[in-house]
Design a protein around this ligand. Structure first.
Ligand code: HAM
Length: 404
């Protein structure tokens, strides 16, 4: 038997597939309420796109990409995340030259060659939003509050971690002071951090090694070294979130695994799903449009990891819905099929293709979760009627076939 690849799952289980659709429906509705419209970008892009955006020193680009040379000898890879492709589309289609705010949402599969475990897959789904052209801190607040609204609508508990990663005014000086600190602890830090020290020093701050973490507790903090603009923005964001009753924890070690961020960075965490606890992450990336050859455009976004929510989503009770049509003898199958097909234009319909007795049809309509079981038997055929049972209200009646 040929099996699916490791870390790549089917969404076949009925509850999972219902939860998945319910999530997309709910998140789409809320994103539209916040003024976002749908964008679809390819799953395969030039490898250079991710190297230049996510960053060569990130784990994603360094270790986790599904990268290959296609038949046309192009260096391509399956997208590990959605932001880079959306920014590429934004620049390629010259939206950076229009002086308007663009708010875009997407959902789809992402690919990272990570070690699979609970909540960590090699093919997974994200729902993401990217907002271009708005530097106002109210936009940062809106995106965070939008994630809150999505999780609240789904009955998901979370905590929010918030940080500021500074900008080109304050980050370079901070990086230098961090490197000096790391130099002093050169012998004590892990090999990965020694490498990060020269490739992307701030990434040491989210090292998983507890010994390194003990050392970094005394590292200089960017939060205390922000330039005036970043400091004012961060304080303004905190106070807007306070006004909207959105609790958060400031985490000065939250640096995110992708290189394109500046200023606001955030992560939503669930304590109910084990080690892979980040259910959404995002932040500002005011320089990325420029890095990808566009006109300088402030931008901010987030992505939610859909698989990690599967156990957490609380589905509303799905009441019985639509119709089940069945015939009791072979000669009536095509008549009931035609009636059912007409009804399908407006309602959810299941049609029994085999002649069966009433009991079997009632059982089948129950299984189909239909509200109405509609039967064509011999009597009804002679009278030009249909027998109907309302399985929700437990009533039975006969109606003329014409009425369907
Ligand atoms: P990210 O933090 O890498 O950010 O991913 C966002 C979310 O995707 C994570 O919080 C997690 O829920 C989910 N996720 C990531 N990797 C996996 C995996 N291997 N298996 C299952 N779920 C996973 C980004 O991707 C950025 N593009 C977010 C963003 C949008 N920033 C600005 N705009």
């Amino acid at each position: 038997m040929i099996r699916s690849l490791r870390g790549m799952n089917d969404t076949l289980d009925i509850e999972d597939s219902q939860r998945f659709s319910y999530f997309i429906q709910t998140a789409t509705r809320i994103a539209k309420n916040y003024g976002f419209r749908f964008i679809e970008t390819p799953q395969l892009e030039e490898t250079a796109l991710f190297k230049r955006s996510v960053g060569e020193s990130s784990d994603i680009v360094g270790k986790e990409m599904y990268q290959f040379t296609d038949k046309g000898k192009n260096d391509v890879c399956l997208r590990p995340e959605g932001t880079a492709g959306v920014v590429r589309a934004f620049v390629q289609n010259k939206y950076d030259r229009q002086d308007t705010v663009q708010r875009l949402f997407y959902h789809g599969t992402m690919f990272r060659y990570e070690r699979p475990q609970k909540g960590r897959l090699r093919q997974f789904h994200q729902f993401g939003c990217e907002s271009f052209g708005e530097s106002n801190i109210l936009e940062d607040a809106s995106l965070i509050l939008m994630v809150r609204d999505i999780f609240s609508a789904l009955g998901i508990n979370f905590t929010l971690k918030l940080n500021s990663l500074g900008d080109q005014n304050c980050m370079p000086a901070y990086r230098d002071s961090l490197v000096s600190f790391l130099q002093k602890h050169q012998e004590e830090i892990c090999e990965d951090c020694q490498r990060r020290k020269s490739t992307n020093p701030i990434r040491v701050l989210d090292c998983k090694n507890s010994h390194c973490q003990d050392i970094y507790a005394n590292a200089p903090k960017l939060m205390q070294n922000l330039c005036e603009e970043c400091d004012t923005d961060f304080k303004a964001l905190s106070s807007i979130l306070d006004e909207h009753g959105m609790a958060y924890e400031i985490d000065t070690h939250l640096v995110r695994g992708l290189d394109y961020y500046s200023k606001t960075a955030f992560e939503f965490i669930s304590t109910e799903i084990g080690a892979q606890s980040a259910i959404a992450g995002g932040g500002r990336y005011d320089r990325l449009v420029e890095f990808l050859d566009g006109r300088a455009t402030p931008a901010i976004g987030f992505a939610i990891g859909i698989e990690r929510l599967m156990e957490l989503i609380q589905m509303p009770e799905i009441s019985r819905e639509g119709y089940y049509f069945g015939a009791m003898d072979e000669n009536s199958i095509h008549t009931i099929y035609a009636i059912g097909m007409k009804k399908r234009v407006s309602d959810k319909v299941t049609i029994g293709y085999k002649a069966r007795n009433l009991k079997a049809h009632l059982k089948a309509s129950d299984k189909a979760n239909a509200q109405y079981c509609v039967i064509l038997g011999e009597n009804e055929l002679n009278n030009g009627t249909l027998w109907v049972k309302d399985l929700l209200n437990k009533t039975e009646f006969e109606i003329p076939q014409k009425e369907f």
